[in-house]
Design a protein around this ligand. Structure first.
Ligand code: FES
Length: 148
């Protein structure tokens, strides 16, 4: 098994089985709903933003292992970050799963577990669902965001 497959096994499956920050967030200041039109799965992201930073975050919804693990990992990464840092992480993740450049495992840290999805366009939507929903929540968009 190569290094990326091993990471996938460890991180994606572990976060899918034990999702972090799953559930309702009381006193959320921002929330958005995301929708993957390919499969119909929906995800909700709730945030409590204070003084320009993400103080607390939760997600809920249903979906495949990749979408749920990606949501779980996303919440652990952006919690405590400034809005600009969260946007930067969105860009980094998006480039990782849609780009063609080399994957720098050390620089990516836990995100590298999702590098393999770039080979599978349908899976890219699963992996990015939570991130698009995060961005919609930060932009306070009212209508559900899709992965299209
Ligand atoms: Fe629905 Fe992956 S199959 S989000």
């Amino acid at each position: 098994m190569d290094e990326l497959q091993e990471l996938y096994q460890q991180i994606v499956l572990e976060h899918y089985r034990n999702p972090r920050n799953y559930g309702e967030l009381p006193e959320a200041t921002h929330r958005a709903e995301g929708y993957n039109p390919l499969c119909g799965d929906r995800l909700e992201v709730m945030l409590r933003v204070r003084e320009g930073a993400i103080e607390e975050i939760r997600f809920r919804g249903s979906g495949c292992a990749i979408s749920q693990a990606s949501a779980s990992v996303m919440t652990t990464l952006v919690r405590g970050k400034s809005l600009a840092e969260a946007e930067e992480l969105f860009e980094r993740f998006h480039e990782l799963v849609t780009g063609t450049g080399a994957v720098d495992l050390e620089q990516l840290g836990i995100l590298a577990a999702f590098a393999g999805v770039r080979e599978f366009p349908a899976r890219v939507k699963c992996a990015t669902l939570a991130w698009h929903t995060l961005r919609a929540a930060l932009q306070q968009r009212q209508e559900p965001v899709t992965t299209e």
